[in-house]
Design a protein around this ligand. Structure first.
Ligand code: FRU
Length: 411
């Protein structure tokens, strides 16, 4: 339905689209008109309670059942999060990320546990975001991103990885992690659907990260949904990437080629996955479609992803926010929700207040406190759970309906 504007003439014709021709796009036209409204803007934060005073805490995900509902271990909710000691700087935390777990009986008051795996055996120089699922045998599958390699330091290579363990709680011993399994690589960028580090152009790191486990509610087939970039060396944009926009496309826009990837599980043990063509591409629009995940509600499939102001391609301006796309099936024709895709944004006064929103059952949206100004106007860094939002989803629209406690979740 998108019309090619005269702008396309500054690019070679569509002959060599970066990805499969029928991949739904988030186009420059879609991403041209973001507005902050009562429906998408979160209230101001001017203080927070630090859930782990000695650690920076950011990307967070709860332990879930295979069907995506929230799981409990002996009456406790569990959340996993990227963490780093406060010995490291706020900005330096990404280079030292390890996954720790938190647990809570009431879903509101969280205690920090340990790193649930042997850091020496974990893959990657550091471990980045993922997801966690507990199976019928009480085995926990912790999917994560192996970022860099131990022997190479904090380089930006990214691979999808997994380890397994069990968790137990009793009143005397508290939480225990047992039966730690191997760490395995599940998928690597193929250079066809998903860009390899070598194929990257432009200044922002490439992506092959943030595996999110998803079981299809009807077929039972299981997938990992992840953040990628469009593969191949030909970066030319096609008409669907652009849409109907005025004027020429700025040089360098083609270097911004984020996509939402998907890989299908080939075995029950979830150790073998086959890469499939992406669910969505944002070539010419945005470099990073981070932590993508799918929420299903009846016939509605919602694909959510987080993105940053600085990762929008030249000529486009969008907030750090949660973006959503709606389709009627998992591999459907995703269209941006609310017209542009914007679902949750920070308040104008503090555009970087929170980040890494994840939409959980019952429209609960978790995130972390990032950077804000307190009541005295002083700049503060966060590094802890942000207040949970209640999001209403209806057809292809969304509305923030309320705010819950910091890190609060209920099944
Ligand atoms: C989002 C993110 C993830 C990544 C992690 C690294 O906040 O960029 O994509 O896994 O942070 O710290």
């Amino acid at each position: 339905a998108l019309v090619v504007s005269s702008a396309i003439t500054t690019f070679p014709a569509a002959s060599s689209a970066q990805a499969a021709e029928d991949t739904p796009t988030w186009s420059r036209e879609d991403a041209s008109n973001f507005t902050l409204t009562d429906e998408n803007t979160v209230p101001n934060i001017d203080s927070f309670t630090d859930v782990a005073p000695d650690y920076w805490v950011w990307d967070t995900w709860p332990l879930r059942e295979r069907d995506g509902s929230l799981a409990k271990i002996n009456g406790h909710y569990v959340q996993f999060a990227l963490t780093a000691s406060k010995e490291y700087t706020w900005g330096g935390r990404h280079d030292h990320a390890v996954i720790r777990y938190f647990y809570s009986k009431n879903g509101k008051d969280w205690e920090m546990g340990t790193v649930p795996y042997d850091e020496d055996k974990a893959l990657g120089f550091r471990q980045w975001a993922g997801s966690a699922m507990i199976d019928e045998d009480d085995k926990i599958h912790l999917f994560y991103t192996a970022a860099g390699r131990k022997e190479e330091g904090p380089t930006f290579e990214q691979r999808l990885a997994k380890t397994t363990f069990e968790m137990d709680y009793d009143n005397k011993e508290g939480f225990q992690v047992t039966n730690n399994g191997e760490h395995q690589i599940l998928a690597e960028a193929d250079g066809v659907h998903y860009e390899t580090q070598a194929q990257k152009t432009g200044d922002i790191i490439y992506s092959f990260r943030d595996p999110w486990f998803f079981q299809h509610p009807e077929t039972g087939e299981e997938y990992l949904i992840f953040e990628g970039n469009t593969g191949g060396t030909d970066k030319s944009l096609n008409a669907d990437n652009i849409g109907n926009v005025d004027g020429p496309i700025p040089d360098g826009a083609e270097d911004y080629n984020g996509n939402v990837g998907i890989a299908k599980a080939e075995n029950e043990d979830l150790t073998e996955f086959e890469l499939m063509p992406p669910l969505l591409e944002a070539n010419g629009v945005n470099q990073q479609l981070e932590r993508p995940h799918v929420v299903q509600k009846g016939d509605d499939f919602y694909l959510f992803t987080i993105s940053h102001q600085f990762t929008f391609a030249p000529g486009l301006e969008g907030p750090d926010g949660l973006y959503g796309f709606h389709a009627n099936s998992l591999f459907g024709d995703y269209q941006p929700m609310n017209g542009t895709g914007l679902v949750v944004a920070n308040p104008e006064e503090d555009p970087f207040q929170a980040y890494s929103w994840a939409v959980l059952p019952h429209g609960q949206v978790i995130s972390f406190v990032n950077e804000f100004h307190d009541e005295n106007g002083d700049f503060q860094v966060g590094g802890s759970f942000a207040p949970t939002l209640k999001l209403k989803l209806k057809d292809d629209t969304s509305e923030i309906k309320g705010v819950m406690g910091e890190g609060e979740i209920h099944g």
